[in-house]
Design a protein around this ligand. Structure first.
Ligand code: EPU
Length: 351
């Protein structure tokens, strides 16, 4: 006899952990304990958390790859660790491939996998630490490409209603290291899957100074996507610390944007300042240069320090607390403000 449709197939129990140590779940390697940690393996898991008699109403904190957070204390909120996996081609037309990844997939592995499949376009974003689900939150960018340039859509589950919602580019309101997920939707919806549109006519993006240098060094002026991927990995490895070895969260501050007038004033005093004119007339300043100019490179406050090769990156020199990182960050902000009158804004979320 065939099994009846009512055959009881129970979903696996929610993966819950009490008093979970978060040190291994943040790229800074900062100590913090979560009262409750839930590993989300599917959209259905999010709904089961919401239906749970105790967890349902409790405040929640969404954790991706932990590469954009500074823990300064233990967390009373229920930590939702997104571990939704899977990578696949979901659509294809004459112009582009649409590729999807679960929010829990490690970002760099996804970039490398797309290239292996013959779908280039993400290579400038290679080696950025973190998970796929975190990439739209801060609209990651590097070497002339931002996530929004390759974005198709993403799926979320609303943390109040439990409803699945798909958002396109406009609804995500991408901006420089910014999106709706840092504002109205902060903590309100879990990103479960992200889709990318990768054009079939591939054009390398090589306008960035470090890549121009690679072209000059190697004499390769028409590199393929694998070569660009390798160059980006080499450039990053040479000046950014590997979080598996030295705890860090990438750039700690955003590059500040000032008016043309403010910039002229600063250049008058510091002609060397690294700056990039923006299409709207404003000017972006290299925060790393500002911090470096204040003498911070290689310096430490307690066990938190400024990376020797890139002043924009703060590092855990071993056993640092989140409070030490924040103390260092404040001291840097004060000295940059004192010398240049510019307020630096941190990139990671400080908890
Ligand atoms: N600079 C210094 N001293 C320093 C660091 C930088 O003088 O200690 C100067 C450099 O010489 C260069 C300029 O500042 O002329 C800019 O430095 P870099 O090219 O390293 O880029 P960035 O502006 O510091 C941004 C992103 C990085 C991204 C790179 C490459 C932000 C906040 N950071 O850094 O993103 O990899 O451009 O595109 O926009 C991240 O967000 O975590 C990140 C690593």
């Amino acid at each position: 006899m065939l099994p009846t449709e009512t055959a009881d197939i129970q979903p696996p129990p929610l993966n819950l952990e009490a008093r979970a140590n978060l040190r291994d779940f943040n790229s800074f390697g900062l100590p913090a304990v979560a009262r409750t940690l839930v590993r989300l393996r599917s959209d259905a898991d999010v709904r089961r958390v919401l239906d749970h008699p105790e967890l349902g109403l409790a405040p929640k904190f969404i954790l991706g790859g932990g590469s954009n957070v500074v823990f300064t204390r233990d967390l009373e909120a229920v930590v939702l660790k997104v571990e939704i996996m899977g990578r696949r081609l979901v659509d294809e037309d004459a112009q582009a491939w649409v590729v999807e990844a679960g929010a829990g997939e490690p970002w760099h592995g996804f970039v490398a996998w797309c290239l292996q499949q013959g779908w280039p376009g993400l290579e400038n974003l290679a080696l950025i630490p973190g998970s796929v689900g975190a990439t739209p939150v801060q609209n990651i960018g590097a070497y002339g490409v931002e996530l929004q340039d390759r974005f198709h859509s993403l799926d979320t589950v609303d943390l109040v209603t439990g409803r699945g919602v798909t958002l396109g580019s406009q609804a995500c309101r991408f901006d420089y290291r910014d999106s709706v997920f840092k504002h109205e939707l902060a903590g309100k919806s879990v990103i479960t899957r992200v889709r990318f549109r990768l054009p079939k006519v591939w054009k390398p993006v090589l306008g960035y100074l470090d890549l121009e240098r690679k072209m000059a060094e190697t004499g390769q002026h028409q590199p393929d996507a694998h070569t660009v991927f390798n160059w980006v990995c080499a450039i990053r490895a040479a000046k950014l610390p590997d979080p598996a070895v030295v705890g860090n969260a990438g750039s700690f501050f955003k590059n500040p944007v000032v008016t043309e007038e403010q910039c002229r004033d600063i250049i008058g005093r510091d002609p060397e300042i690294v700056h990039y004119p923006m299409p709207d007339g404003s000017v972006k300043l290299a925060a790393g240069w500002l911090i470096d100019a204040c003498g911070w490179k290689g310096k430490s406050v307690g066990r938190a320090g400024v990376y020797e090769k890139q002043a924009l990156v703060l590092v855990n020199r071993g056993g640092a607390s989140g409070a030490e990182v924040v103390t260092l960050a404040r001291a840097i902000q004060e000295s940059v403000y004192g010398r240049f009158g510019i307020r630096l804004e941190p990139e990671p979320i400080i908890m």
